[in-house]
Design a protein around this ligand. Sequence first.
Ligand SMILES: Cc1cc2nc3c(=O)[nH]c(=O)nc-3n(C[C@H](O)[C@H](O)[C@H](O)COP(=O)(O)OP(=O)(O)OC[C@H]3O[C@@H](n4cnc5c(N)ncnc54)[C@H](O)[C@@H]3O)c2cc1C
Length: 422
Amino acid sequence: MGMKKGVTILSDKIREKITTQNIYRVFNDFIFPMISAEEREFLREVEDYMVKQIEPKIDLSNDVYGLFKILGKKNYVQRLNPYGDLAESGKYGMRYELLLAMATSIVDPELDLARVVTGVIFGNPVFKYGENEHVRKILDQVLKGEKIGCICITERERGSDAVHMSSKIEDKGNYLLLNAEKVYTTNGPAADYFIVYAVTDTENPRGTMYQVIVEREFEGVETNRLGITSVPRVEIGQSIFKNVKVPKTNVLGAKGGGYTNLFTGLVAERDAIVGSSLGVAWLTAITGLLYTNLREQFGQRIYEFQGVHLPITQLFTELMAATELGLQTGHEYRKTLKYPNNTDIQKYNAAFSSGTKFLASNLAHKINYEMQQLMGGIAFTDNLRVEKALAVSHIQEVIGGSRNIQLLLVSRTLRDIVKSIL
Ligand SMILES: Cc1cc2nc3c(=O)[nH]c(=O)nc-3n(C[C@H](O)[C@H](O)[C@H](O)COP(=O)(O)OP(=O)(O)OC[C@H]3O[C@@H](n4cnc5c(N)ncnc54)[C@H](O)[C@@H]3O)c2cc1C
């Protein structure tokens, strides 16, 4: 449950100008030169749908999950994979996913956080590795927005060192027996399906890791909500699996395959988070640009003060650069799909996606924090979406691996590059 909506103190004159539609208009002026004609058409369609169908249904005192079905109607739960009729239209892939994430974050940052988890972080491995009819049905329900997915990697004692997990899974012939406690599961307390990683031998996690789908109805599944105040409309929890019997139809990665799937999946996960980070950054940057051009103090528009327009301009130039880089992850991702066995390309993109994820999420936080200070009190209220965007940007920097872990992955590549000379 969220918080009750507060009173409106923003003047009518300004409120009428800072609409989602106007924010999209300004956003398009910035982003259209960077994208293709087909991508522009797609973005316009998404924006139109968000304004007409999603925005009127947003209820800040309720969680976001009711909105999934509305996204599903237009196949907007994700755009990474060619689900449904997307293969024919060609309007899918990481660049489309990034555009969808930006447009969704602009209208509702919390909704996009939850959407990326169900649509990409859950949806992508199921799309790639789920071959039987039962799992395809699960995918169908999730990508239509009728059911909710989540992913369980992190444990109480194993965060950044995710590989050395203690979650246990045993092959019992007809089924697998799972015993695990996972934490920080985004969407977990609301989820119908859980992708869970566990190992047979904790001494050999790489060789014995499984990736399975657990269903809410399975006996021994329990979820409890964590108190994470920054995103009250997204349920983040503890997921307990006690002697859960997992049928073999629900295996996505069998013994050892779970490890490979985990690591290849992280690139898509990081890239998708880049889209959300850019979205919350654009939301606040444009809100601030409009607001400071409308708000007056000391007899003039506050944007006229050098102390306001120069820092805002700096934030915009940084955001333009980060957006170009972010869109480039779409091209790089396509290369990794085209050359799955080329280790140079795979390695390059592991580092590229980590570096970009660090940069975009860190910048999103900076833009939200700085712009809030440049705008003043109104940016702390729910009259605008700045405070929500700031809160989501906090989380984006830690999910998919903390800042230090992204930098660690890049640093390994830096070392490899100079190794031949040393
Ligand atoms: C809101 C939220 C949502 C999340 N959603 C999910 C989810 O849906 N599914 C899921 O599985 N997990 C999720 N996570 C977990 C998230 O991925 C972890 O929090 C993250 O990987 C870090 O793990 P940790 O919190 O245990 O920190 P730790 O691993 O204990 O690390 C703590 C700090 O130590 C430093 N550090 C650790 N190792 C190194 C190193 N090698 N080099 C340098 N510094 C290091 C870093 O600064 C790090 O922040 C979520 C977390 C949050 C807060």
